[in-house]
Design a protein around this ligand. Structure first.
Ligand code: SF4
Ligand code: SF4
Length: 72
């Protein structure tokens, strides 16, 4: 699974920063949006995706994982 942030949709509410149990996000005051700073720590709990006010976060499977899933 991979975490993506669509910065065009991010409204800077910081809910993702508050709900992430692993500190994966960091608020950037210069652009008023969040950045993914520790993706390797992600638990794939999807709390960020479910609480994102701007619908800007997607937790996605890597492309190769989707490819093999279609073969099964
Ligand atoms: S899925 Fe969970 S651990 Fe991963 S970035 Fe989102 S809130 Fe943090
Ligand atoms: S919860 Fe969504 S809209 Fe709010 S700061 Fe995080 S990515 Fe941006």
């Amino acid at each position: 699974m991979v975490t993506h942030i669509n910065l065009k949709r991010c409204i800077g509410c910081q809910f993702c920063v508050q709900v992430c149990p692993r500190g994966c996000f960091e608020y950037d005051f210069e652009i008023n949006k969040v950045k993914l700073v520790n993706p390797i720590l992600c638990l794939k709990c999807r709390a960020c995706e479910l609480n994102c006010e701007g619908d800007a976060i997607r937790i996605e499977k890597p492309i190769f994982q989707n490819f093999f899933a279609q073969l099964i």
